[in-house]
Design a protein around this ligand. Sequence first.
Ligand SMILES: [Zn+2]
Ligand SMILES: [Zn+2]
Length: 337
Amino acid sequence: MNHLSASTPPRRSRLALATLQSLGLSLALTLGGAALPLGSAQAAASQQKVQAPGWYRLMVGAAEVTALSDGTVDLPVDQLLHAPKGKVSSGLKKHYLAAPLETSVNGFLINTGSRLILVDAGAGSLFGPTLGRLAAQIVAAGYQPEQVDDIVITHMHPDHVGGLVADGKRVFPNATVHADQADKDFWLSKAHLDAAPAANKGFFQGAMASLNPYDEAGKLKTFSGNGEVLPGLRTHATHGHTPGHNVYVLESEGKRLVLIGDLIHVASVQLESPEVTIGFDSDAGQARKERLRLFKQLASDGSLVAVSHFPFPGVGRLRASGKGFAWEPLNYSSQVK
Ligand SMILES: [Zn+2]
Ligand SMILES: [Zn+2]
């Protein structure tokens, strides 16, 4: 007899159920009891073809951190990375990947208990239809954009600031935006926009469209040098990728999360070969130097690291490996701890 339709659960299932109950667990299903609707002759269910909401939560000491997916974008990394072509294609292949590479854009929301702080705002409408989902993820994760008190920006590239505005209006009306003075001086300067080659003008225009509404409302604050930008959150200058690129260090109850922005883009190539730079760098040599310097430090102290463009949620740890580094993604937890 098929045990699924048996009126009495087979002995083994009863034992399994008893064991689960003794462990304090309960099951909604009747193991081996009532008939389950398996294999019934119905039309095929239609495939849903949508991804789960893109947020993932963890605690860093007393601070609650929510990783937010702004979406993904296909990047022609074989053209963008400054490396012999063979090195890029073999790195990708080794990791079962190929160019163009579907690349995550991640932001991070920190609830310190007294402030709600967003680290980078995603691309908004500046990078095509597969990005710009960050604000919706904030809502899906249980918050409202109006609740955000502060936004710290790693740098003013469009995939990090575009989500600050929608239709020219501030998406985060109560938030103060914090960024390095050097990035403001560079990206929000009309003189630099005018001097930029046609292909690069969009970067300046995107930064201006995203940040000027906050500046005009008195909600853009800049800093220079390393220091505590907000309680429990320190800036650490890593200029090179842009003139004012910063990483942020969250510390709470002896725990630490280092949010490294665009210190790296392509895990499958640049971890093993951290000397490889990318076309988005303002100063590739300086960007490489800062990556090597900080990665050595992070690999030796084992800090938890959050990365803008590693596969979502982009949280894990670096360790030294050969002449480069390896990435250990954070172990999945079904609880927030
Ligand atoms: Zn960037
Ligand atoms: Zn970026």
